[in-house]
Design a protein around this ligand. Structure first.
Ligand SMILES: [Zn+2]
Length: 341
């Protein structure tokens, strides 16, 4: 047992009464009209509570995780201990998805477009932009192992820090992407304001993030794979993001709810999380994350993998139907800035 990992046999029951601070306010709309949504646990067994804003529907961790809890959650284990996050077969699938995404994102962009990936991680998306021929590439990432991997990519401007802390010129970017980053940021409204300032008139903004209004979120509650405590601080409903950006002069170009990479696996892992108190056991094993994993038998992994295989078809079906109903587990939104700043 390492780094304080908790054995599944020592988990405390989820229904712990936790005194809720009266001052909980929504980090998106600022209203104090919130109520408890669900209790949830991180991979290491720490209990967190979430609040739901009754005004805009945003769900957020409350009380907020401490700096120490966040630092622990973003150790090298988050991006994998090896050179890649997952095993080679999954990495191949992720690369194929990234290639497909880049084609869609860059469709119609001029060859000399300036592109920035916020929260660029290990630089996977930037590498793909570069391979497609784009040369004016920027990334923002916190210092750490992932940023070190991005720094090895030649001719990419890497800004170490956060969107709020790095200094960037206004109206400078033809495309800014946040791929599963928005939910990690503590100030979701300020983030949209900062992005609006940075994008050129006619430029595009791409956001991919978990959909708290999805059927999957409602089915799984605190067990939801995409809740990912304590890293996901705020989950803003897509409609609230769309409304806010429209008011700031953005036009919604596309809204996509089908994502096999994120959503289908989300059904499988959320279902497994409901049956096993060790959150994301299968996911962390696939990620080769040794630190958070308790000493469980190979039989446990085989059982989870087998159940996961059985759940694949129903999960694909649930994913397809929820996408048709615009209630997919994650959303991909593309906006265009239509008005001058
Ligand atoms: Zn709100």
């Amino acid at each position: 047992m390492r780094n304080g990992a908790v054995s599944p046999t020592t988990f405390i029951p989820a229904k712990i009464s936790c005194a809720r601070p009266a001052e909980a306010t929504c980090p998106f709309c600022g209203q104090a009209n919130t109520q408890n949504w669900a209790a949830t646990r991180s991979e290491d067994g720490t209990l967190y509570q979430t609040e739901r804003c009754q005004t805009c529907g945003t769900v957020f961790l409350w009380p907020s995780p401490s700096a120490a809890q966040l630092a622990q959650a973003y150790t090298t284990n988050y991006y994998g201990e090896g050179e890649t996050k997952f095993n080679p077969y999954i990495e191949r699938l992720r690369n194929a998805c990234a290639n497909l995404r880049v084609k869609k994102l860059t469709n119609g962009l001029p060859a000399d477009a300036t592109i920035m990936d916020v929260g660029c991680g290990d630089g996977r998306l930037l590498r793909n932009f570069k391979r497609t021929g784009f040369r004016k590439l920027h990334g923002i990432e916190l210092p750490g192992r992932a940023a070190e991997r991005t720094a090895t990519i030649p001719d990419i401007t890497l800004h170490l820090g956060t969107l709020a802390s790095v200094e960037l010129p206004a109206a400078n970017f033809d495309l800014i992407t946040l791929v599963h980053v928005y939910e990690h940021l503590p100030a979701p409204l300020d983030t949209l304001d900062q992005l609006a300032r940075l994008i050129k008139p006619g430029g595009r903004l791409f956001l991919a993030f978990p959909n708290i209004s999805s059927w999957q979120a409602r089915f799984a509650g605190g067990h939801w794979f995409h809740l990912d405590p304590p890293r996901h601080l705020t989950l803003v409903p897509p409609q609230a993001v769309i409304s806010y950006l429209k008011a700031k002069g953005f036009k919604l170009l596309s809204e996509r709810h089908l994502c096999l990479e994120q959503n289908t696996y989300g059904w499988i892992q959320s279902a497994l999380n409901r049956y096993d108190s060790q959150r994301n056991f299968l996911y962390e094993r696939l990620k080769r994350n040794r630190t958070y994993l308790p000493d469980r038998s190979a039989g446990s992994f085989a059982l989870h993998a087998g159940l996961g295989g059985l759940l694949l078809f129903p999960s694909l079906l649930a994913d397809g139907v929820s996408a048709l109903a615009k209630a997919g587990a994650t959303v991909e939104l593309m906006f265009e800035q239509t008005s001058p700043h």
